[in-house]
Ligand binder design. Structure first.
Ligand code: NAP
Length: 316
């Protein structure tokens, strides 16, 4: 039987490409290399495989007249030109829910790391400062503190559950209140920041949330406040964040995502009160395997004539 050609739009997780190789005719980023070979193959390509941080623009979509589906391995799909995909009649799928636990776990790990200064504590021991200078400066208590969540979707709720176990007071903002949740809704982000010790950002990226956390929000969070971003770098005004941290008008930050990944500004790296991780929210073997399987299941369902299990909301 002829295998359906699936083009990798960008470098994929080996877990995803292994499944694609098993079930499809996997074509790895041909559009980035041999132009003539790609031109010959492009009319037959019916699917694109992408990751959460892939860019799939209108230009690539325009070169694939037979495109039916874009299967993203990741819950965020802000890199996909949805309008171009929809205009082509292609469905876009993603992998929600299977990564909630990991991203929420990381958010709590980052909150604790920033509050208790874990990377600095590790450096203190390794540099021999404990033996030479004694105890390190005192840190912040997290249990019982006030948490403000920017976004209370699948992952935001998983973060809230964990924070509740730390006895934290939980409030959130979003475009609409969720009355079924027992947390306080605060429609105004600046008011939420002013009433929070920790502000955790967990919205989608894209134009709708660009620089939602700006200088005014950071000022409201204040010199004792800690900003945690596990959403997308675009949601926080990174220049304003660096200025606030350098000036001491913001207490600290813990960041898994950045404006121009994988490049992290040197000024951010130079700040000892900042905890940095390289976009590892869902980066455990178990979760990445589950994401790869769900991404592949979307393709398999589509080509078997069934509705894919997890289309993005705009394609439902
Ligand atoms: P979700 O279930 O769709 O939740 C998104 C939340 O953001 C909702 O509460 C939504 O509420 C709110 N929101 C959307 N636009 C907003 C706006 N303009 N202002 C305020 N709130 C807004 O998504 P999820 O599954 O929790 O995932 C959230 C995001 O996390 C993903 O899109 C992805 O970018 C990021 N993520 C990062 C990693 C990582 O490795 N660091 C891993 C996975 C996901 P309303 O619709 O009511 O506004």
């Amino acid at each position: 039987m002829t295998r359906i050609p699936v083009l990798a739009a960008a470098k994929l997780s080996p877990l995803y490409s292994a499944l694609l190789e098993r079930h499809f005719r996997f074509i790895d980023r041909l559009h980035e290399g041999d132009a003539a070979a790609f031109a010959a193959l492009a009319p037959s390509i019916r699917a694109l495989a992408a990751s959460g941080d892939s860019r799939v623009g209108a230009e690539l979509i325009a070169r694939l007249p037979a495109l039916e589906i874009i299967a993203v391995m990741g819950v965020g799909y802000d890199g996909i030109d949805l309008a171009a995909a929809k205009a082509r009649g292609a469905v876009v799928t993603h992998t929600p829910d299977v990564l909630n636990d990991d991203v929420a776990d990381l958010a709590l790990a980052l909150m604790l790391s920033a509050a208790r200064q874990l990377p600095a504590a590790d450096r203190w021991v390794r540099a021999g400062r404990w033996a030479r200078e004694g105890a390190m400066p005192l840190a912040r208590k997290m249990a019982g503190a006030r948490l403000g969540l920017v976004g209370i979707g699948r992952i935001g709720q998983a973060i809230a559950q964990r924070a509740a176990a730390f006895g934290m007071t939980i409030a959130y903002t979003a475009r609409s209140a969720r009355p079924a949740l027992r947390y306080r809704f605060e429609p105004d982000l600046i008011a939420l920041a002013a009433a929070s010790d920790f502000l955790v950002v967990i919205t989608p990226g894209g134009a709708g949330t660009r620089h939602l956390v700006d200088a005014a929000v950071l000022r409201a969070l204040g010199p004792k406040g800690i900003l945690v971003n596990v959403a997308r770098g675009s949601v926080v005004d990174e220049a304003a964040l660096i200025e606030a941290l350098e000036a001491g008008t913001l207490g600290g930050a813990a960041l898994d995502v950045f404006a121009d990944e994988p490049h992290v500004p040197e000024r951010l790296c130079a700040l000892p009160q900042v905890v940095l991780s390289p976009h590892i929210g869902s980066a455990t073997t178990a979760t990445r395997q589950a994401m790869a399987e769900l991404a592949c299941a979307n393709l398999q369902a589509h080509f078997a004539g069934r509705p894919p299990p997890s289309p993005v909301p705009e394609c439902r």
